[in-house]
Design a protein around this ligand. Structure first.
Ligand SMILES: *Cc1c(COP(=O)(O)O)cnc(C)c1O
Length: 385
């Protein structure tokens, strides 16, 4: 690399762990057999799939048979909702929140255009949904409730086990987009009332293009991709063996590093946040600071445009984000911060910094050297204008 990158955008994607690359390589070179073939050359490939399934199940705390490999978090989210809607023509109502990732939000908007009723639960100023409102939103014709476990922009956590209980009492399916939560907090999915849970490899130090949908073994599922009998008939298409093996290793490592996330990564985030708040006046942390992922910090800097900050930071090699990656490049304020009741100005003055086990103290120190100067420069320019 010609320039040193300070990578503080781990909620957008993560560095692939070298041990994960190691794990996948044999399936790109020697072991290229199709897992569905009968000869012994393919048995090692088929075994690798099952080994990965066991490793992911161990991370989530469920049975290997409940793990369905998909192509990404987006597919997992889409597949869960489509399956729930295909079960009963009289249950076509969907309940979700106003702060979901675009793979739930845009899908919900798409369904609404097709005549489905969608209830969008709001959040309070800290990004929390109201459980009473959630309960009241569930109707006899509700097919599924989908609430994200951790928000990708603010890191705010929802009480997912409690929500799953409420939804189960109403006899409705419950899905959670746990893409940001997996590997960062313990889950015990098997002891919960969750029917479906989505995760994505590239948010946990695995390559892009592989994900998982957890499907509770007593939950009916209608395949989203139709064709061959792969994944026990639940998802057609030849398995992406190398990436699935990678995800198995990434899941194993995520389990090992979970404590590290809660302590060392959290300490990096907290130190960063403390110094930013001390060094830069008129800054505020966005979202519930108590119930938050240990790696995420969303901060608004009064009077500045986050797009301008991103550009100046980029010149010095600092990677972070304004809201979600999908929002970057457009001037739309974050739908998450807007749903929290923030003014357009405050929403557009917000930046997300997200850390990982690969973030170093040196990177954080460098970012802290650069950021205050960038903010004060932009504020002076705004005053002069
Ligand atoms: C990244 C992300 C997704 C999408 O996962 P892909 O694998 O990129 O499709 C879904 N939900 C959340 C909360 C995310 O952060």
């Amino acid at each position: 690399m010609s320039r040193e990158i300070i990578y503080l955008d781990n909620n957008a994607t993560t560095r692939v762990d070298p041990a994960v690359v190691e794990e996948m390589l044999p399936f790109l070179t020697d072991f290229y057999g199709n897992a569905s073939s009968g000869y012994s050359f393919s048995h090692k490939v088929a075994r690798a799939l099952e080994h990965a399934r066991e490793r992911v199940a161990a991370l989530l705390g469920c049975e290997p048979s409940e793990i369905l490999f998909t192509s990404c978090g987006t597919e997992s989210n889409n597949a869960a909702i489509q399956s729930a809607l295909s079960i009963d023509p009289d249950r076509q109502h969907v309940v979700t929140t106003a702060v979901e990732h675009s793979s739930i939000m845009k899908h919900g908007e798409f369904l609404a255009k097709r005549g489905h009723e969608v209830t969008w639960l709001g959040v309070d100023g800290k990004g929390r949904i109201d459980l009473g409102e959630l309960e009241r939103a569930i109707r006899p014709d509700t097919a599924i409730v989908s609430v994200m476990w951790a928000n990708n922009e603010t890191g705010v956590l929802s009480p997912i086990h409690e929500i799953a209980e409420i939804v189960r009492r109403k006899n409705v399916l419950f899905h959670t987009d746990a893409v940001q939560a997996v590997g960062k907090i313990p889950m015990a999915v098997g002891e919960s009332k969750i029917n479906f849970l989505s995760l994505s490899g590239h948010k946990l130090h695995c390559p892009k293009g592989v994900g998982v949908l957890y499907i509770n073994r007593r939950t009916r599922f209608t395949p989203y991709l139709i064709g061959g009998g792969q994944e026990h008939g639940k998802r057609a298409g030849t398995e992406n063996v190398a990436s699935i093996a990678a995800l198995g290793k990434a899941a194993e490592l995520a389990g090992k590093f979970m404590k590290h996330e809660a302590t060392a990564v959290r300490a990096l985030r907290d130190d960063f946040e403390r110094v930013v708040l001390e060094a830069i006046p008129d800054t505020q942390v966005n979202g519930d600071r108590e119930n938050r992922l240990p790696n995420t910090s969303n901060i608004s800097f009064e009077g500045i445009e986050s797009e301008a900050v991103l550009m100046l930071l980029d010149k010095q090699g600092v990677c972070c984000s304004a809201g979600s990656a999908c929002t970057t490049g457009s001037l739309h304020p974050s739908h998450v911060l807007k749903a929290m009741g923030f003014s357009t100005e405050r929403a557009r003055s917000s930046l997300r910094f997200s850390f990982s086990r690969f973030t170093t103290k040196e990177e954080v120190a460098k970012a802290l050297e650069i950021l205050p100067g960038v903010i004060s420069k932009l504020r002076k320019m705004t005053l002069a204008a």
